[in-house]
Design a protein around this ligand. Structure first.
Ligand SMILES: [Zn+2]
Length: 166
């Protein structure tokens, strides 16, 4: 029995020198978990408040149940939903940051200036790009000299930075 407990404790702590597997998961998802728990708890409080009010036949006693259960439940649901929303936004921001950093890390690789030094201007765009920039991928674009694009009031794309190429 004691040996079983010790091996269980070791398993919970994780192997020495290695982070337990649940830790990064918990770090990344605690707003989601807490938010879900709060929303469910809030809904439960509303239901309990409603049942408490319905179960009380004396009208004067119904209000405290409704108010405390309803308000507490509503507050929990709102707070939980805010946490969930924050979690979603955080994820989006991290994804976007990854894409931007990826693009900046290889500005001379896939997005190199064309041999003739022309830049691309997608139809209706206000910026010009190096050929191969992921923002012009799959779009029809005019080819212009960088000076011409600048004269037309177009600005260099912040992602592929075509001004540095010219
Ligand atoms: Zn670009």
């Amino acid at each position: 029995m004691r040996r079983l407990l010790r091996s269980l404790a070791r398993r919970l702590r994780g192997r020495p020198g290695r982070r337990p597997a649940w830790k990064p998961f918990l770090l990344a998802f605690w707003p989601f978990i807490l938010g879900s728990a709060l929303v469910m708890g809030g809904l439960a409080a509303i239901v309990v408040g409603y049942l408490g009010a319905a179960g009380t036949l004396v009208v004067g006693l119904q209000m405290p149940y409704l108010i405390s259960g309803g308000l507490l439940g509503l507050a929990l649901v709102v707070f939980g939903a805010a946490l969930l929303l924050l979690h979603g936004l955080n994820r989006q921001a991290r994804l976007l940051k990854g894409v931007l950093e990826e693009g900046r890390a290889a500005p001379n690789g896939e997005a190199s200036p064309a041999p003739n030094g022309l830049v691309l201007v997608p139809a209706g765009a206000t910026a010009f790009h190096r050929p191969g920039c992921r923002l012009v991928e799959g779009k029809t674009a005019r080819r212009l000299k960088p000076e011409t694009a600048a004269r037309k009031g177009l600005r260099p794309c912040p992602l592929c930075d075509p001004a540095a190429a010219s």
